[in-house]
Design a protein around this ligand. Structure first.
Ligand SMILES: Cc1cc2nc3c(=O)[nH]c(=O)nc-3n(C[C@H](O)[C@H](O)[C@H](O)COP(=O)(O)O)c2cc1C
Length: 210
């Protein structure tokens, strides 16, 4: 007899990886959301695939069905727990307020995508999903990484903050004395999970002992 398909997941969270440095933050975030039994809806931009290839040992296919299978295997997810959408899949649930999850994270977030979201460009599904999150007043977290920042970047970050989005820079602290790159990645992922209200054991919260 075939095993029953698991359906009692926590609500879906949309996670988009774009082409800023720090692909590992996004991959780890997907992994931890899966571990917390959330459904995760994933979009990975073309530039993000290039960054993943450059920065990590992970090789992910671009085609959504194969990408879904690869992420399910990578994270040890259940069938149906991870769903991936193509760049111009306008029929995907994230493209509409009636289908989109209540939370979306763009991690890492390129300055290009940051600007597109701030100005409502909606030229691809990631930008459209973020536009939907803004218009529906849902939770939108952007994790930009760039240095230094131009006036364009800063103005767009301020505009997005005023629209209710959270700018959570990929700028790990050092007060927890990281021993590895994984510790620095977890520093940022823990903050994203805190924003999402997802329980985790990556780092103790400030004021809690280890
Ligand atoms: C290896 C690599 C690292 C990059 N790092 C950054 C970065 O840290 N921040 C950034 O905003 N763009 C960075 N870029 C440039 C973006 O990928 C580029 O602007 C791209 O058009 C973004 O497209 P997307 O927003 O659709 O992913 C990087 C590109 C590559 C190939």
């Amino acid at each position: 007899m075939m095993a029953a398909r698991k359906t009692d997941f926590e609500p879906p969270v949309t996670v988009a990886l774009t082409g800023a440095s720090g692909a590992q933050y996004g991959l780890r975030l997907i992994d931890r959301l899966v571990a917390a039994n959330h459904e995760v809806w994933v979009m990975i931009s073309k530039a993000a695939h290039l960054v993943i290839d450059t920065e990590t040992e992970t090789r992910l296919p671009a085609q959504p069905r194969r990408l879904t299978e690869a992420l399910i295997e990578r994270c040890g997810a259940h069938a149906g727990q991870v769903r991936c959408f193509a760049r111009e899949d306008w029929m995907a649930p994230v493209a509409s307020g009636s289908g989109a999850p209540s939370s979306m994270v763009i991690c890492p977030c390129s300055t290009g995508t940051l600007s597109a979201v701030a100005t409502g460009a909606s030229n691809n599904l990631i930008e459209r999903a973020a536009d939907v999150a803004l218009k529906e007043r849902r939770q939108l977290i952007l994790v930009p990484r760039e240095a230094p920042l131009s006036a364009i970047h800063l103005e767009h970050m301020l505009a997005l903050t005023r629209m209710g989005a959270v700018i959570l820079p990929a700028a790990p602290g050092f007060y927890h004395k990281p021993q590895s790159i994984d510790d620095m990645i977890d520093f940022i992922v823990a903050r994203i999970l805190n924003q999402l209200g997802v329980k985790h054991a990556l780092l103790p919260r400030w004021g809690e002992s280890e």
